[in-house]
Write a protein that binds this ligand. Structure first.
Ligand SMILES: CC(C)(COP(=O)(O)OP(=O)(O)OC[C@H]1O[C@@H](n2cnc3c(N)ncnc32)[C@H](O)[C@@H]1OP(=O)(O)O)[C@@H](O)C(=O)NCCC(=O)NCCS
Length: 279
């Protein structure tokens, strides 16, 4: 097919079914509901062939004015290598405006992103599986609606961007847990249905011990459930995740455009991402 036969349009609700077919082609676990949540938080573009079939997708998820995540970049196998990925990325740049950009690259995506000026800043590790029976950690409690403002403030401080809309979307779908000391929330985590089971993330904590307690809190109430956690290699919790039954199954390279300096890159309190796509 010629490149001219493909039209780029705004990503709308009607494109979700075609988008799910593309992500299944890649063996990505996203259900229609997972695309729905991503689209609720994002604007994006689709490539349509002359039959109106979705042959490419891209989403841009803004976190306030602070930054935007580019995610769900997929081009149908039959039309790769013809510049469609680059066209979708150019559309994403227009949608993101002046915001600094972040993404987590697969091996397939790396060459394209490098050519467009993205620079690697870290390694993201995907862990998933069924957790064996797990004792309930002490000091963790389920969050209440009254905790939401403090959770948002803690998240913004740790992540370095305004993810209020993401946290609101998570409250519609999932549960939150917190660690409270002297009346103040020091750490939080969320869990929501995703893909083959549930994903735990974000996990924001001041220490690996607190991060593990939060993950353990959710795991303890779900013996045998299928869980996923996406973590940065620098958090140091990957080995523990594997020990409790969440095997390392893949991941990607965190990339930024423009490149960040070392201090900006370090987000030591972010123990798990919302997931690889959303950062
Ligand atoms: C990544 C992906 C979207 C690229 O789509 P595409 O339409 O084939 O990309 P393009 O044809 O626009 O290629 C863009 C540039 O990257 C280069 N490129 C693409 N894939 C490459 C590869 N595997 N090796 C080397 N260069 C590559 C092209 O040569 C092109 O360079 P140019 O614009 O200077 O000529 C596609 O491979 C894909 O959908 N992969 C599976 C899903 C995935 O992993 N997505 C990335 C998620 S982060």
């Amino acid at each position: 097919m010629q490149q001219g036969d493909i039209e780029i349009q705004d990503f709308g609700q009607d494109h979700i079914e075609g988008a799910v077919a593309l992500s299944r082609q890649e063996n990505w676990p996203h259900r229609p509901q997972d695309w729905q949540m991503a689209l609720q938080l994002s604007s994006g573009a689709v490539a349509l062939d002359d039959q109106g079939r979705v042959t490419g997708t891209i989403l841009v998820t803004p976190y306030g004015a602070d930054c935007a995540m580019i995610n769900m970049v997929i081009v149908d196998r039959n039309v790769r290598g013809k510049g469609l990925g680059r066209r979708l990325m150019e559309q994403a740049f227009a949608l993101a405006g002046q915001r600094p950009l972040r993404l987590v690259a697969t091996a397939d995506g790396m060459p394209l992103y490098q050519k467009l000026g993205f620079v690697a800043s870290g390694a993201i590790l995907q862990h998933q599986g069924k957790v064996a029976a797990f004792g309930l950690p002490e000091g963790v409690e389920a969050a209440s609606a009254d905790d939401l403002a403090d959770i948002k403030a803690l998240d913004r401080d740790a992540y370095g961007a305004d993810r209020e809309a993401l946290i609101d979307a998570l409250t519609e779908r999932g549960e939150f847990a917190v660690i409270r000391r002297n009346g103040a929330i020091e750490a939080y985590a969320a869990i929501r249905p995703f893909g083959r089971g549930e994903v735990i993330g974000p996990v924001i904590a001041g220490s690996a011990g607190d991060a593990k307690a939060l993950i353990g809190f959710f795991a303890a109430s779900r013996p045998g459930a299928f869980l996923r956690v996406d973590t940065d290699s620098r958090t140091g919790i990957a080995g523990w995740l594997a020990e409790i039954g969440l095997t390392h199954v893949g991941g990607g390279v965190a990339m930024d455009r423009p490149a960040k300096n070392g201090a900006e890159q370090a987000r030591p309190k972010v123990y798990a991402l919302a997931n690889q796509a959303l950062g």
